[in-house]
Design a protein around this ligand. Structure first.
Ligand code: HEC
Ligand code: HEC
Length: 353
């Protein structure tokens, strides 16, 4: 090899590495710039953050705590940067897919790059923008509160046995409940949702390290029923009667004018088989969610048995495989998701004749 060629090779290599470096710096600056831009809040976040009195300043005092308990508690306040992070985090939880934003990529840190389907939205499950309350402002047991979850900073995961910080628990929800990919632990997305969750804990005066009832789901074990077993046929009947009008005949979700009316409970846009919403993985979570939160507008009207039957039925419908199931299961689910809907329509119309 001639010395000239050798030098050219080194120069070429340096050029490539140099341009990657410049590109990285540029992207980094771009992100810094976005962090400085004023945040356009979703209507839900505008209302929530106004009610919680979020402004920058030396000290923060929660109007919610004042109103609920009469106590005036002052804690360290927020810088302008903090306020924008909290606002962006709120927007991500309320509108993960960015359907309410002009530029979803910029405004939501491209959250959709970590989500495969088009339905998943944190607020669908972590309702009330991660802070569900009744009309009197009481927080609700098992409402998947993000504030209560944040104060449980590190937690032993009961299924993997791993000690998981809040950020890693968020990640699980992208991978499984949103059937997507793992964001980096330092991704702007994770940072902002964490900032928002931390603010919720201050606004609600939750103490770090405490367990609150509103964390997680108010789960329904088989022992909390009349022990008739979980039944597909009963579940199907109940689903048709109570859920189908919103979630659709196949439970694949419903849309109107490009907007989601009710999210998918099965099919390509739903959570996957690795999600804790999946009955065969954890049988107590989905029934708990259904009993507390559905049918929308008639919450708490179903019995424990009914919720288990419906959850059992829903989990027998085809959905994406998780990353532990392997390619064969993924293929099988993919085929089922494609052939089941027309097949079911066919058998139903045949049954009517
Ligand atoms: C389809 C429903 C669903 C969606 C969508 C969803 N989650 Fe979850 N989330 C759950 C369930 C179920 C759990 C597990 C609760 C348990 O194990 O008790 C959970 C757990 C969590 C936890 C840990 C809670 C704790 O206390 O340990 C965090 C944090 C979280 N989700 C954040 C998010 C974020 C952020 C999004 C949006 C990107 C999201 N989730 C989307 C259902 C969902
Ligand atoms: C009036 C319409 C309506 C009815 C009836 C209804 N849902 Fe929902 N459901 C929704 C909407 C809308 C959401 C999104 C969350 C929200 O906006 O509160 C949702 C969310 C859910 C979720 C959260 C997970 C996800 O897909 O993101 C589950 C699970 C669920 N519904 C199950 C049921 C079941 C089971 C029934 C019947 C017992 C039912 N729903 C009846 C409208 C409805």
């Amino acid at each position: 090899m001639s010395p000239a060629w050798r030098i050219t090779k080194i120069i070429l290599l340096l050029l490539v590495l140099g341009s990657i470096y410049v590109l990285a710096i540029q992207k980094h600056n771009q992100r810094e710039q976005i962090r400085k831009v004023a945040v356009a809040l979703t209507p839900g976040c505008a209302e929530k953050l106004r009610r919680y009195g979020l402004v920058h300043g030396e000290r923060y005092r929660s109007p919610y705590v004042m109103q609920q308990t009469g106590a005036s508690i002052t804690v360290r306040g927020y810088s302008e940067d903090d306020v924008r992070a909290i606002q962006r985090g709120c927007n991500i939880v309320d509108d993960t897919q960015g359907s309410l934003s002009g530029d979803a990529g910029l405004a939501r840190w491209n959250a959709t790059r970590f989500i495969r389907g088009t339905h998943a939205n944190c607020d669908h499950c972590h309702q009330g923008i991660g802070d569900k309350q009744d009309a009197d402002g009481n927080r609700l047991k098992g409402s998947l509160s993000l504030g209560a979850s944040w104060v449980m900073a590190d937690m032993y995961d009961r299924f993997t046995g791993l000690l998981l910080p809040y950020e890693l628990r968020q990640m699980q929800c992208y991978i499984n409940s949103s059937n997507g990919y793992k964001p980096n632990i330092a991704d702007d997305l994770i940072r902002d949702v964490t900032a928002y969750s931390r603010f919720l804990s201050a606004a609600l005066d939750l103490k770090i390290g405490n367990h609150y009832d509103e964390q997680g789901i108010d789960e329904i074990a088989a022992s909390a029923t009349l022990k008739q077993g979980d039944d597909y046929v009963r579940g199907e009947g109940l689903y048709k009667e109570k859920c189908q009008s919103c979630h659709g005949r196949q439970a694949f979700g419903t849309e109107a004018n490009g907007r989601i009316v009710a999210p998918a409970l099965a099919g390509p846009n739903s959570w996957n088989m690795q999600s804790r919403n999946y009955f065969y993985y954890v049988s107590t979570i989905l029934p708990g969610f259904i009993c507390r939160n559905m049918p929308l507008g008639q919450e708490n009207t179903l019995t424990n048995q009914e919720c288990r039957d419906i959850a059992y039925y829903i989990s027998n419908l085809p959905r994406p495989a998780g990353d532990r199931q392997g390619p064969l299961a993924a293929l099988q689910q993919q085929i089922l998701m494609t052939v089941m809907p027309p097949l079911m329509r066919l058998t139903e119309s045949a049954g009517k004749n």
